[in-house]
Ligand binder design. Sequence first.
Ligand code: SF4
Length: 473
Amino acid sequence: MIPRSATFRANSRAALDNPELVRALGTMKTGFRQKRAAAVDALPEFDALRDRAVAMKNHTLDHLDHYLESFADKVEAAGGTVHWATDAEAARQQVLEICRAHGAHTVTKGKSMIAEEVGLNEALEDAGMRPVETDLGEYIIQLRREPPSHIIAPAIHVSKAQVADAFRAAHGDLDPARELDTPRALLDEARAVLRHDFTAADVGITGANLLIAETGATVIVTNEGNGDLTQLLPRVHIVLASLEKVVPTLDDASLILRLLARSATGQTASSYTSFSLGPRRPEDADGPQAFHVILLDNGRSEMLGNGFREMLRCIRCAACMNHCPVYGAVGGHAYGWVYPGPMGSVLTPALIGIDKAAPLPEASTLCGRCEAVCPMRIPLPGLLRQWRARAHDQRLSPPAMRRGLAAWGWLAARPRLYHPLNRLAAVALGRLGRRRGGFARLPLAGGWTKSRDLPAPEGDTFQARYRRGARRP
Ligand code: SF4
């Protein structure tokens, strides 16, 4: 996927002009938030679990090499094969080699953000194979040839009627007069079509929510059961996961699982939590004949030491985007790459370079809701500020903004000049604004006044008001 993050502003304008999207985002806001809040309220130890999870994950990141080697040893001992991929190209080639070695034609896929990150579907198609997404949301966006717009609800931007249109276009062998007006009808059709693909698949590819170092197991959580059919029915199972998914023990995995489902969908536990370890053993009733794990770095090692290590604690629950006013207004596609919302605005510059994603750290009001709800206590606003500073230092921010900040910096460093000028501006704007009833237009405030009036300032500076307040008994 070619990143379009550099055009975030234009992408956002297009999103705001899309009424279907605006409607879909309105529904998302209430649903996810209310369910998360109810689930968290029902678990008094939620905050204590967060603290334990943060400590566990920090420890794991401090000893990442040890836990990854331990995980790899356990996978190999169980008869699986571990591949190390430094970047997206290496991961794509490793998947293709395995698929070719097994003569694969149809490749089923469980939901995997890492597969999106490396552009796996395009690589499989270019190599003459047929990738089939089996998560319903992913299946819908695959038919529509578009990227996900949310990390746990990839087709949240698509209306029921649009899904029906996509199904009619893709399932040309079915009765054109069939009813596709209800979610039930759409679900039944997807299930019937995908059933053939599940049984025809030569290779199944899943992601992993967790990798357990102590046992070598990979863990996926789903609500549709498609992940199990993807990893159990084909002859070959490939797990594509990034390095930071490893946790030391089964207990640590269970700690994350308790936070993940509640933060993501407000469930106590996802409908399916499935553990995979190696290929089928002689005594097993089912399972793949070959089991491969591809461990992707793609910039994560660098994040361990470049100031963005805390982002590697992310468990991809999506709570930050579900509570973000910016994501809630423009949706995921505006972010222009795989990861949207606050976590994407931190992660994307780290993975593809701040030069290709400079507007993303600006796509935040820094209101702090993302950090407040993040189960892994990732300081997202602080990390966004770090990216803003780096973009500024590399002269990637708009020239007008840089000039304005330079002028303000010069003035702020001279308090004897700054305070009287500030007071003068506040008094003048206050008087003028009160006389006019606010400002419909104001130099340097065009971004605000384009869509609403700027209220008249109080007519005094914060510091003056604070001093007055502080003097009160
Ligand atoms: S940053 Fe936090 S809230 Fe956002 S997806 Fe990651 S773990 Fe969830």
